[in-house]
Ligand binder design. Structure first.
Ligand code: FAD
Length: 422
């Protein structure tokens, strides 16, 4: 039996497992999944953990349980390097050999070399990031509710998101809905104009990756919801209490006590041990059969955020459907190789996009049909609920939504927050 090792149990890795299980049953392959966590994070709902709309445990899938069900061996360990000459993977706790390897270890935050951002901005990629930001907001609401000077309150309650892409916009709108509801119901000594959420975006509108007409509408909707949008902004320096930025060579500084960096991600360091033929953001260039370009190794498949996949000369944006479709194709090509057949070429099918703009508002483009407003918002909710991927988690998320719709979100601080490490 051939040994298939899958690195990373995120969107790409789990899609590969779902499609290789028939071959496991037929005893054609034995499969091992290695992930540094024993859960898989459903990132599209991470912003809802900040607002408390969903509980953290309902948007993570238990990898060991999934592996046991699919007769896959699970190893919780962190990959440090890959030796493509000797077909082995080195992790912190041990080394593992493979006949075929699928690399799906996703991304890390790309601070673009901004040292002040590395020191002072919060990342937004993990469950801990989301919970930390949520608690810090509540902590500051508690403090501000004791203050009498409106300027002091506003200074403390000034929050910034660097990067107005889908994640940044969804995070800002969730934070806005949460804070507004809390102020109205529980922190009555704080007024609506005594807090501020700002999105800093490098391009002329937020959501530069979506259709321009929808981006312009989204810009208007988000701005009308009370979020401050600073476009054409280049962020220079981030401290614990402010953000310095420039627009057309003119410099400005703005108060910001919580600054979240959503301005990009990049490939993981261990990818460089496979090849240094990578894009500037460290993702490996791959062939159409998903193997690394110019490496001459056809038993390694690099998928999802780990790869820079060129489609008509453009590198495709790293979205979950791309990782999932590549997971399927990696399995198809492994099985074809085992059967002595030529590999198939991958081609990406783009469904469109879904962006939540806060409660009851979204912009959606599905198969070219563009929608916005309340209907689009419910489509966003239903599609992502369907995509959570495990029935018990879907039920959990559904009831979380019902509970928050009926009773509102909690603002309990059940954990002390260390400002340096949220
Ligand atoms: C907040 C947020 C919101 C997002 N929203 C959307 C959205 O709405 N729609 C959309 O299409 N995309 C969204 N994305 C992007 C989407 O999450 C990625 O495109 C997708 O996760 C990429 O899949 P992947 O399989 O490459 O990596 P991931 O899904 O990130 O999986 C990588 C896995 O590898 C593991 N891993 C990482 N490093 C190591 C290591 N060294 N050793 C062992 N294991 C390791 C991780 O624990 C993880 O389980 C969002 C991303 C974020 C951060």
């Amino acid at each position: 039996m051939k040994k298939v090792v899958i690195l990373g149990g995120g969107f790409g890795g789990l899609s590969a497992i779902a499609h290789i299980r028939k071959q496991i049953k037929k005893k054609k392959v034995e499969v091992t999944l290695i992930d540094k966590h024993n859960f898989s994070l459903f990132t599209p709902m991470l912003t809802e953990v900040v607002s408390g709309n969903v509980k953290a445990e309902n948007i993570v899938l238990p990898l060991r349980e999934i592996c046991v069900k699919n007769k896959v061996r699970f190893i919780r360990d962190e990959v440090t390097s890959i030796d493509s000459e000797n077909n082995s993977v080195t992790c912190k706790e041990g080394t593992h050999e493979y006949d075929y390897l699928i690399v799906a270890t996703g991304s890390q935050t790309n601070f673009r070399g901004n040292q002040s951002a590395i020191r002072n901005a919060f990342e937004f990629k993990s469950i801990n990031d989301a919970i930390g930001i949520k608690y810090l907001i509540i902590e500051y609401l508690e403090k501000a509710s004791q203050m009498t000077d409106p300027a002091e309150k506003k200074r403390l309650l000034s929050f910034s998101i660097i990067g107005g892409g889908i994640t940044g916009v969804e995070l800002a709108t969730e934070m806005n809905d949460f804070i507004r509801a809390k102020i109205r119901k529980e922190y009555n000594s704080i007024k609506n104009d005594e807090y501020d959420i700002t999105i800093f975006e490098y391009y002329k509108t937020i959501l530069p990756s979506i259709d321009e007409s929808q981006a312009i509408k989204a810009q208007r909707i988000v701005s009308e919801s009370g979020i401050n949008l600073i476009n054409n902004a280049s962020v220079q320096e981030i401290s614990e209490c402010n953000v310095s930025y420039s627009i057309n060579d003119e410099s400005f500084t703005k108060d910001s006590t919580i600054t979240v960096w959503t301005a990009g991600v990049m490939g993981q360091e261990h990818l460089q041990s496979i090849s240094n033929n990578s894009a500037p953001d460290k993702r490996l260039f791959i062939n159409h059969s998903l193997t690394p370009e110019n490496l001459g190794k056809d038993n390694i498949y690099v998928i999802g955020y780990s790869c820079a996949y060129k489609h008509k000369e453009n590198i495709l944006p790293p979205v979950a459907p791309l990782a999932m479709q590549q997971g399927i194709m990696a399995v198809i090509n492994i099985m074809r190789k085992i059967d002595g057949k030529e590999p198939k070429e991958f081609s990406y099918f783009h469904f469109g996009y879904l962006v939540s703009l806060g409660k009851n508002n979204s912009v959606v483009n599905l198969f070219g049909f563009k929608m916005r407003g309340r209907f689009a918002y419910y489509i966003w909710k239903m599609l992502y609920l369907f995509k959570v991927g495990m029935f018990k988690k879907q039920v959990g998320v559904f009831f979380d939504w019902i509970m928050t719709a009926w009773f509102g979100n909690d603002s309990v601080l059940i954990q002390e927050i260390n400002r340096d490490k949220p």
